[in-house]
Design a protein around this ligand. Sequence first.
Ligand SMILES: CC(C)(COP(=O)(O)OP(=O)(O)OC[C@H]1O[C@@H](n2cnc3c(N)ncnc32)[C@H](O)[C@@H]1OP(=O)(O)O)[C@@H](O)C(=O)NCCC(=O)NCCSC(=O)c1cc(O)c2ccccc2c1O
Length: 265
Amino acid sequence: MMNFEEIIYEKKNGIARVAINRPQKFNACTSLTLLELNQALTDAWVDNSVGVVVFTGAGEKAFCTGGDQSIREAGGYAGTIAALPVEVGWQTVSNLIRTIPKPVIARVNGYAIGGGHVFQVVCDLSIAAESAKLGQAGPKVGSFDPGYGTGDLVRCVGLKKAKEIWYMCRLYTAREALDMGLVNAVVPFEKLDEEVDKWCAELLEKSPTALKMLKYAFHAETDGVAGITHLGVGGLSMFYGTEESMEGRNAFMEKRKPDYDKYRK
Ligand SMILES: CC(C)(COP(=O)(O)OP(=O)(O)OC[C@H]1O[C@@H](n2cnc3c(N)ncnc32)[C@H](O)[C@@H]1OP(=O)(O)O)[C@@H](O)C(=O)NCCC(=O)NCCSC(=O)c1cc(O)c2ccccc2c1O
């Protein structure tokens, strides 16, 4: 059992649910929130009983509104722990969402702004409540995301629209987000959990290995060596389960030469 202060983490029936739990702050993140998100997502990664992850915010108002501006300092977002360096806090959460070898669904229950919007962009799939509003705020509050928050956004909505979203800092309705390819589905707030559960159930019926390799394949081209590494290591983890791979290990342990002849195809 993992104890968290600023997130809620639950696992049931193959689904891990991660919710930022700071509704009074519209689920804006501190460094502790980011650290806890890292821990929960890592647990969901290694737990073989988990097939799909749902990422969301507590309450009805906000999914996540990015960094908590009230505790922002030169080094990052402090709070009850010292500020994690900016490049560690946000990027590691986005990185995990993108590389955890299972589909991550953003349950966009309300405002998804700034870093919160980046989180929904990097999730594999996004299901939004009709009441949700989405957009960037960086240039308004003196911040920007030069990584996935721009790169992946371009791949969702195209270059011109991505520039509009970042430069103008406008808020878009869930329907507008659907029209521009930012989210996959929009439902009334009361139907949000039912819809998310439906998508989870469909995903849990699919081959986990096929989903894992697809997820890595979708990022292989844009992520350079890191992308190729994920795709390749996904292949390696399957190879580890073969007799051919075990022959190498067994030969080493038995102090003999490996005999790979029968595996040559
Ligand atoms: C979300 C809003 C549009 C809602 O507006 P509304 O008028 O409905 O409500 P309020 O403005 O009164 O907000 C209610 C309540 O919540 C508090 N709050 C909301 N968001 C935040 C926040 N981010 N930080 C702190 N507090 C927040 C607000 O103060 C109110 O509390 P009261 O006590 O006063 O009642 C609107 O709230 C809004 O625009 N929020 C700010 C959004 C924002 O600027 N986000 C930060 C952008 S920067 C960022 O997140 C970020 C992203 C990255 O990808 C990074 C990557 C790498 C490094 C750094 C990154 C980074 O900093």
